[in-house]
Design a protein around this ligand. Structure first.
Ligand code: F0G
Length: 357
């Protein structure tokens, strides 16, 4: 039994590596990928579908971004860049910072001031990135990152507008088909900057084209209601949602996301913050999977789409849960139940549990 080598080595024949890179380049990897596809018993029972969770919060920095970042930072190093730069709502910055640290590259992250979850900021600090707060939202940060990297060519842009990011992220779809032995009927995932829906659709389409799967899923892209440009069909100037990871008004991969939806006979849907938080609590309490609020968008979408019949009973559905709940403790603790306090007294403990009989 070989240990998992990380995505680039595992899927090397399906990734655009090496063509113009320095001879002797090596993958910059934290052994990302190979995340669990967890059968979701409670959600299956609730919806009448066969529901699975692709638990991307178990990647090395706690989100799916690591799949793209191993490619982007490997490329940056192999092409002689000195530093990497990204705009981020938090997860991309944590991932870029970690991979840059092992690659020995400078890393700076542009984040919307006051609008990223504490855990993500803590990660970027610990991995040693230069944190730069911008007076603006994610869309402003991305514009600034694009301008900076267009002007200074020793700095590589590692947002998902970098094509190798999408290539790395498509491997999640390969893993799902490999695990299920087929493509699901529906794939639900949160959509912010729209890189990930683009990546999944590419992954499913490549396996389909090569005859590894005999179908492709309908893609269900779920946005937060206050940041739902793809649902509205127009950019949102001042996006707002508790799900800060997807607080994005002008997705960079707009056209690719629309293509994924159209070609798959899929759908974009919006979930209110209230519905996001409901799904966020449900998936933790009933499936034992603690995700961040944005990640629960896929589950909120599943619940809405099974309720109104867009997803038929009996369907096989995969929900990607994109990031780890520990990244955003503030949201988790904002609805803290009453905490019991006892002396050193076993009876009091059992009483607090309601199990004294
Ligand atoms: N879920 C989480 C937890 C995210 O962090 C993101 C994006 C998404 C979903 C949406 O993915 O942008 O490919 O549509 N986070 C980016 C960041 C924007 O900076 O970390 P997308």
């Amino acid at each position: 039994h070989q240990p998992w080598p990380g995505l680039i080595t595992a899927y090397r024949d399906r990734l655009p590596v090496c063509d113009t890179w320095a001879p002797g380049w090596e993958p910059v990897t934290l052994r990302e990928g190979a995340t669990p596809l967890l059968p979701a018993r409670a959600l299956s029972e609730l919806t009448g579908c066969d529901v699975h969770l692709k638990v991307e919060g178990l990647n090395p920095t706690g989100s799916f971004k690591d799949r793209g970042m191993t490619m982007a930072v490997t490329e940056a190093k192999a092409t002689g860049k000195k530093g990497v730069l990204c705009a981020s709502t938090g997860n991309t910055s944590a991932s870029a910072a970690a991979y840059a640290s092992i690659a020995g590259l400078e890393c700076a992250v542009l984040v919307p001031a006051g609008k990223i979850a504490m855990g993500k900021l803590a990660q970027a600090v610990m991995y040693g990135a230069k944190i730069i707060e911008v007076d603006g939202n994610f869309d402003d940060c991305l514009e600034l990152a694009r301008k900076t990297t267009a002007t200074f060519d020793t700095i590589s842009l590692v947002n998902s507008v970098n094509p190798v990011r999408i290539e790395g992220q498509k491997t999640a779809a390969f893993e799902i088909v490999d695990a299920l032995g087929k493509a699901p009927d529906v794939h639900a995932l949160p959509v912010g900057n729209a890189g990930n829906i683009t990546a999944y659709w590419r992954g499913y389409s490549e396996y389909f084209a090569d005859g590894i799967s005999s179908s492709r899923p309908r893609m269900l892209g779920v946005q937060a209601a206050g940041a739902a440009p793809l649902v509205n069909g127009a950019p949102v100037k001042d996006p707002e949602t508790i799900a800060t990871a997807i607080r994005i008004g002008s997705p960079a991969s707009w056209n690719q996301a629309v293509a994924a939806k159209d070609e798959s006979n899929g759908q974009f849907r919006a979930a209110t913050d209230e519905k996001l938080l409901e799904a966020y609590r449900l998936v933790a309490k009933t499936e034992g999977v603690f995700v961040e609020p944005a990640s629960a968008a896929s589950v909120a979408g599943l619940l809405a789409a099974t309720a109104d019949g867009w997803i038929e009973k009996g369907s096989t559905v995969v929900c990607t849960v994109t990031g780890n709940g520990l990244k955003d403790p503030d949201t988790a603790l904002s609805s803290l139940p009453e905490i019991a306090r006892v002396g050193i007294d076993p009876v009091a403990v059992a009483a607090a549990m309601g199990l004294t009989e």
